[in-house]
Ligand binder design. Structure first.
Ligand SMILES: NC(=O)C1=CN([C@@H]2O[C@H](COP(=O)(O)OP(=O)(O)OC[C@H]3O[C@@H](n4cnc5c(N)ncnc54)[C@H](OP(=O)(O)O)[C@@H]3O)[C@@H](O)[C@H]2O)C=CC1
Ligand SMILES: CC[C@](O)(C(C)=O)C(=O)O
Ligand SMILES: [Mg+2]
Ligand SMILES: [Mg+2]
Length: 336
């Protein structure tokens, strides 16, 4: 059976017309949700912690700003968009005491509900709307008049309107311009963690880094290695994104296409597939979540070390220099 895809015409935005949406946080996702919802004609308040460095940025974007407690009091829908690892403490201290019956608690990712780290009270709706892409791109495509696909799920329907509110929210941030699918918290959480670890972030960056290191180790210029293994990735992925593998392969040379078929399976091997299966098993069993939470509770010792190592890597050093010489890339500054 084909999954139903929801577009603007399928969704009634007016269910949110007389409601206030509290966006908690003003980071990658939150700034995009807040600005897109506001530009869709909805009432938004941004909830920030005391002394937040983001307060000035949200005000400069023309948004109303309050404390997290005040925003939760004012909000009919409270969207929690701070880092997953900090959500339980903020929820307990600042959100839960003001989350009265009839309100909706919303998430951009199902992590804390699915892994049982937040348990909302019975009288509130609980849903997620997860755009399938980074927050900064969610804002960029909305401003360009396009949209980013998204998925939504209802965990708890106390009012009988949770599904309609979730869909209206997805429309407000621009996702129904591209298409929105219904899912569950379990499916969203497990597929999102799997995708970012194996393909989108972990797999891709390690592939690029290893290709770069192999060329540089063999004596080739780092600048050429950078163009070959990183810069050109976007150009190839843009073709895949627009026209699929066949469209990309239509555009490359026969030489490249032959090498692609012959060498690809030697790089991504059956061992890689087994590792992907094991990664998924660990995610499903909650082992990754426990490991990540322990890392954050210990003050991110490994994350800090890995960040520093990568920031100092020759790939990043040469990349910074080369991107500085390409003003068309520099123009696209990130707002938050
Ligand atoms: N990044 C992305 O593109 C995507 C993220 N998601 C999900 O969206 C949610 C938000 O992620 P993301 O946008 O990356 O988050 P960010 O790391 O960008 O969030 C930063 C914001 O969170 C606030 N914040 C951080 N710690 C605390 C705290 N302890 N108490 C109160 N506020 C805090 C910061 O406040 P201050 O401004 O005061 O410093 C800042 O406004 C997560 O559930 C994530 O999984 C889903 C899809 C994609
Ligand atoms: C791919 C990473 C992501 O899941 C996202 C941008 O969709 C995230 O958690 O940031
Ligand atoms: Mg994610
Ligand atoms: Mg994601």
């Amino acid at each position: 059976m084909t999954a139903k895809m929801y577009y603007d015409a399928d969704v009634n935005l007016s269910i949110l017309a007389d409601k206030t949406i509290a966006i908690i946080g003003y980071g990658s996702q939150a700034h995009a949700h807040a600005q897109n919802l506001r530009d869709s004609g909805l009432e938004v308040v941004v909830g920030l912690r005391e002394g937040s460095p983001s307060r000035g940025k949200a005000l400069a974007a023309g948004l109303r700003v309050a404390t997290i407690e005040e925003a939760t009091q004012q909000g009919d829908v409270v969207m929690l968009l701070i880092p997953d690892e900090h959500q339980p403490a903020t929820y307990e201290q600042s959100v839960a005491p003001h989350l009265t019956a009839g309100k909706a608690l919303a998430f951009g990712h199902g992590f804390n509900i699915h892994f049982g780290r937040i348990t909302p009270p019975e009288g509130v709706d609980v849903f997620l709307v997860a755009p399938k892409g980074p927050g900064h791109m969610l804002r960029r495509v909305y401003v360009e008049g396009a949209g980013m696909p998204g998925i939504f799920a209802v965990h708890q329907d106390a009012t009988g309107q949770a599904r309609d509110i979730a869909l209206a929210y997805a429309r407000g941030i621009g996702c129904t311009r591209a298409g929105v699918l219904e899912t569950t918290f379990k499916e969203e959480t497990e597929t999102d963690l799997f995708g970012e670890q194996t393909v989108l972030c972990g797999g891709l960056t390690k592939l690029i880094q290893t290709g770069f290191e192999t060329l540089v180790e063999a004596g080739y210029q780092p600048e050429i290695a950078y163009f070959e293994t990183l810069h050109e990735v976007k150009l190839i992925v843009d073709l895949i994104y627009e026209k699929g593998f066949a469209g990309m392969r239509h555009s490359i040379s026969n030489t490249a296409e032959y090498g692609d078929y012959v060498t690809g399976p030697k790089i991504i091997t059956e061992d890689t597939r087994e590792t992907m299966r094991e990664t998924l098993r660990r995610i499903q069993a909650g082992e990754f979540a426990r490991e990540f939470v322990a890392e954050t509770e210990n003050g991110y010792p490994n994350m800090k070390r890995w960040r520093t190592e990568m920031n100092e890597h020759p790939l990043e050093v040469v990349g910074k220099k080369l991107r500085g010489m390409m003003p068309f890339i520099q123009k696209k500054e990130l707002e938050v």
